[in-house]
Ligand binder design. Sequence first.
Ligand SMILES: C=C(O[C@@H]1C=C(C(=O)O)C=C[C@H]1O)C(=O)O
Length: 275
Amino acid sequence: MNIGEISYTNIIPLYYYLDRERLMDQGVTITHAVPSKINSLMEKQLVDIGGISSFSYGKNAENYSLVPDLSVSSFGRVNSIFLFSKYKIDELGGKRIALTSSSETSVALLKIILDRFFRVESSFQVETPNFEKMLGNYDACLLIGDDAIAAFRKRGTYHVYDLGEIWYQQTGLPMIFAVMAYRNEMETQKGSLLSYVGKSMIESKERCQRENFVPVIERVLTQHGGTFEFWESYFNGLNYQFSGEHEKGLNLYFQLAVECGLLKTMPSILKFSYK
Ligand SMILES: C=C(O[C@@H]1C=C(C(=O)O)C=C[C@H]1O)C(=O)O
């Protein structure tokens, strides 16, 4: 079994307390990459379970199921998914926007926000995330994850829009950026290992929350700098559950993606029931 692990700070709590040695003894490997890469590895059946963009789950819902109780979501500001722009968001009609190649959820979310909430039509180009280059060549750029956090520190006078905040203002529902999904074959091929991994991730998340993320933050500080208070408020602003409200938010996101022509059909949300 190969586990996909997104290489961004926001998802660390779901993986932090995995017993990696025990997993290795059971033949499990772990692949680290940005979300779009994990999404495509899972589509190619090279990753069996992992945090993936919720949009990728929507595209592949027939072949995937969700580990219950897990997501990377926000009810409002997410603080790491930003549109940096030379213009106000309602003035982006006819303008050129660079989209990070690392994301699927937020790329579709930005298109939904511009089309359905602001009624503007812009042109889009996917680019390797690089704040200076993107804004050197485009009118605005979308960055996510640690790239967005780093760019925010040097945002200068650009307009900055938090997509989690806009989604919540417009819908009153949480935005689900990532889900924990597995390929359906795993249930028959590796059922008990799958349920061990799913349960371990839920336990990891719960322990990180009980500890107020302190050990996680201490590790993140050495890798990304910043202050303890910044990361504390970052983790507390994220939401890692998957409740009925999340399901509503995700269904609305999928419905709008279908209406905007970004998804072919409305996916149904299936959750794993542990045996
Ligand atoms: C909160 C974030 O969520 C991430 C955003 C994703 C996307 O846009 O496809 C995918 C996985 C999430 O971990 C972030 O990266 O800032």
